[in-house]
Design a protein around this ligand. Structure first.
Ligand code: ADP
Ligand code: MG
Length: 156
């Protein structure tokens, strides 16, 4: 299963796709969300996190760099590295513990952590297209490939 490209129109559909992703991703892994400001990275993350059963707010962790969620046994860490000055900061944050833990990690602006961040299971690149967005899903290993296959399968 190579890349998957999807066209998603509107905020609601974007969140619905996030919920579908939640259903295939399972308890742990890493997802990197690429795209300019306003692309829809946080919107997709919101749908995903709610897909795990979170009912409260999902705010953009722009100033805190990371927002943790605990939904039952499930742990999710939502990063936004837009304001990261130096990738080294991630070392001080103990990024390995987040990524190696039994959690799902969503990372907006992973480019800011280049050199320190390892490869993701799945890269998602969002670009504006008409009144919606094109999402390119690129798996970086077996786990990501499995997710894409299940997503393309359309059963979830
Ligand atoms: P980012 O986190 O990438 O900066 P946001 O998720 O905050 O972007 O979204 C910015 C805007 O894009 C929001 O107003 C949202 O409603 C809109 N948006 C998100 N996804 C879509 C989509 N698939 N189609 C149209 N508009 C979208
Ligand atoms: Mg954002």
């Amino acid at each position: 299963m190579p890349e998957v490209t999807l066209y998603v129109e509107g905020e609601e559909a974007m969140q619905a796709l996030g919920a579908r992703l939640a259903a295939v991703v399972g308890t742990h892994g890493t997802l990197y969300l690429h795209g300019d400001l306003g692309a829809g990275k946080t919107t997709l993350s919101r749908g995903l996190i709610r897909g795990y059963g979170h009912t409260g707010k999902v705010k953009s962790p722009t100033f805190t760099l990371v927002e943790p969620y605990e939904i039952g046994e499930q742990r999710i860490f939502h990063f936004d590295l837009y304001r990261l000055v130096d990738p080294e900061e991630l070392e001080f944050m103990g990024i390995r513990d987040y990524l190696d833990g039994n959690a799902l990690c969503l990372v907006e602006w992973p480019e800011r952590g280049q050199g320190v961040l390892p490869k993701a299971d799945l890269d998602i690149t969002i670009t504006p297209h008409g009144s919606g967005r094109l999402l390119r899903l690129t798996p970086q290993g077996a786990r990501g490939e499995q997710w894409c296959a299940e997503l393309a399968n359309g059963n979830t």
